[in-house]
Design a protein around this ligand. Structure first.
Ligand SMILES: CC(=O)N[C@H]1[C@@H](OP(=O)(O)OP(=O)(O)OC[C@H]2O[C@@H](n3ccc(=O)[nH]c3=O)[C@H](O)[C@@H]2O)O[C@H](CO)[C@@H](O)[C@@H]1O[C@H](C)C(=O)N[C@@H](C)C(=O)N[C@H](CCC(=O)O)C(=O)O
Ligand SMILES: Nc1ncnc2c1ncn2[C@@H]1O[C@H](COP(=O)(O)OP(=O)(O)OP(=O)(O)O)[C@@H](O)[C@H]1O
Length: 494
């Protein structure tokens, strides 16, 4: 593609060199540069991409986009922009032929519930014979292909490549999770969203966003990008704030909720450990819904999906079948083991609000003790401290006993984090034992449990690794649980 076409619509401060040259590839990492690449230098959180410009040129980059004045040698076109991440999004969309114009793109944002909502929507759309791709925390799905993502919402270049692949393979719909990081860091800029969905907002990622207002503003950006319809959880305080903001946007507004008056709402909800049934009421009729996941959180997430299907003219019969077909989502209230009243569940709850929901969802079905295994992922900032206290408060209030352990300590001091959680647990009179090694912690919870207990292992969900220092080590909670149970049974028998 010609550089002049790649930079269509890009606003620049300064340009040196020729626009009449070819661009074979775009790269934002110097290590990915090939001949005739366009390299975008990003001032990152960890390192400054500008320091790799010389490397990129050496490897064959013939165009550089940068945001800081940097000397560049060689026969290279240099374009200076205000914001490199925004420029990357603009040129990536151009390079891949603005693929979102050809897709029905649904974006889901909010602190919790994005992943399961995408799964519900994909299943309903497929029931209605609409070919559908998915992008989110558990990866990218295009046809039979399942690609691992580094981020919940990939960088704009990767995202536009996925969109283009979907458009090229007649995958007409794309359902994607949109994180607040992605919105802030311009990863989804220049993507045309048809539908936007807001699930809820509670404290998280306050290391990036100064406070809840700033976090809300980041999430709200998605709804400035949607062209047709916005779907909002009216039971959530921030959802109501969003409704005030978008109601005059000229896009269709659909609300869902259990407690407040909403367009899409449930009646006659019946909860059980294996799932929930309810009657969904929509402006075009009602239908019986069965959700094979427990608790009101999955009522909310399925309602969001139903609202999306309703806005997409999908019949209630297809909605019913689509939701019924979701029989489980990896690491989302996943029952790893169940024998009569003894249960072991793995769940991705890693925020205070999610942990509270997960424990409260299980509580009505617990005959013995509710035992929690949890850690708080590494973040040594003041906000990280607040999170450790908050998670400890939730654990002491809603679990009968907790095993405090590590959750991706990365380069941080895991003992410091665990000591802080332990101090907070003490201050809330929580019953707990601290075992830093996560495998040992799970083993202990299983060994010490009785036949009617329920064990919730929170935090990792679908993840199968533990990050310690620089190393991402294999860590499969399901296998660890089953091995521990096998040992326990042998001990009981002998
Ligand atoms: C804090 C954060 O968001 N970091 C993201 C950011 O990385 P960064 O700015 O730190 O990059 P950096 O390492 O400083 O490097 C700067 C630039 O130099 C380049 N470089 C670097 C080395 C080199 O040799 N050559 C080179 O060119 C890098 O490719 C980069 O372009 O830009 C990268 C490219 O897009 C992201 O992959 C990376 O996400 C990291 C992995 C991350 O952990 N992000 C999390 C916090 C995140 O985004 N999470 C959200 C929400 C999850 C949720 O749902 O809760 C998500 O969407 O995943
Ligand atoms: N609607 C909801 N309200 C509160 N908590 C929820 C809701 N839905 C799911 N959760 C809890 O949050 C955890 C994460 O859910 P899910 O993966 O769907 O959220 P997410 O928004 O995709 O999060 P992330 O972006 O971190 O992947 C679940 O394991 C569950 O405990």
């Amino acid at each position: 593609m010609l550089l002049s076409s790649v930079v269509q619509g890009l606003e620049w401060n300064n340009i040196e060199g020729n626009l009449d040259r070819k661009v074979e590839a775009i790269a934002y990492d110097s290590r990915d540069v090939v001949n005739d690449s366009l390299f975008v230098a990003i001032s990152g959180f960890a390192v400054d991409g500008h320091q790799f410009i010389a490397n990129a040129v050496e490897q064959g980059a013939t165009t550089i986009i940068l945001e800081k004045e940097t000397p560049v040698r060689g026969d290279v076109t240099v374009i200076k922009v205000e914001n490199s991440r925004d420029a990357l999004a603009r040129i990536s969309a151009n390079f891949y032929g603005n693929p979102t114009e050809k897709l029905n793109l649904v974006g889901i944002t909010g602190t919790n519930g994005k992943t399961s909502t995408t799964y519900f929507i994909k299943s309903i759309f497929e029931q209605a014979k609409r070919s559908t791709g998915l992008i989110g925390t558990t990866g990218t799905m295009i046809g039979d292909q399942h690609i691992k993502n580094k981020n919940t919402t990939p960088e704009s270049l990767n995202l536009q490549q996925f969109f283009s692949k979907m458009a090229d393979t007649q995958t007409d719909n794309c359902i994607m999770e949109v994180s607040s990081h992605a919105l802030n860091l311009r990863r989804v800029a220049y993507s045309d969203f048809n539908i936007g969905i807001f699930t809820n907002l509670s404290p998280d990622h306050l290391e990036l966003h100064k406070d809840m207002d700033e976090y809300f503003e980041a999430k709200a950006m998605l709804f400035d990008l949607t062209k047709e319809c916005n779907i909002v959880n009216v039971d959530d305080e921030y959802g109501r704030r969003l409704i005030q903001r978008v109601k005059d946007y000229g896009t269709v507004l659909l609300t869902y909720g259990i407690n407040q008056k909403a367009d899409i709402y449930p009646t006659n909800i019946r909860y059980s450990f294996d799932g929930t049934t309810y009657t969904v009421n929509t402006p075009s009729g009602s239908a019986e819904i069965t959700v094979n996941l427990p608790g009101d959180i999955y009522v909310y997430n399925s309602l969001a999906a139903i609202a999306c299907a309703y806005a997409s003219d999908i019949s209630l019969a297809e909605i019913q079948q689509g939701i019924l077909k979701v029989t489980g989502i990896k690491g989302r209230m996943e029952t790893v083991y169940k024998e009569q009243d003894y249960k072991v569940i793995v769940d991705f709850s890693h925020t205070e609000a999610a942990l509270e929901k997960a424990l409260n969802t299980l509580r009505p079905f617990v005959k013995g003790k509710l035992v929690l295994v949890f850690g708080v992922y590494a973040d040594e900032s003041d906000q990280g401290k607040e999170k450790r206290v908050g998670m400890s408060h939730t654990a002491s209030k809603y679990a009968d006993f907790s095993v405090v352990t590590s959750d991706n300590p990365k380069k941080h001091d895991q003992m410091l984090i665990i000591d802080e959680i332990a101090a907070a647990m003490d201050s809330f009179n929580g019953q707990y034992k601290a075992i830093p090694d996560r495998e040992e912690a799970i083993n202990y919870a299983i060994e010490a449990s009785d036949k009617d207990d329920t064990i919730l292992i929170a935090g990792k969900g679908h993840e199968t690794t533990q990050i310690i220092g620089d190393q991402e080590l294999p860590f499969n909670e399901r296998e660890i649980v089953l091995k521990a149970l096998k040992r326990k049974k042998q001990i009981v028998r002998s």
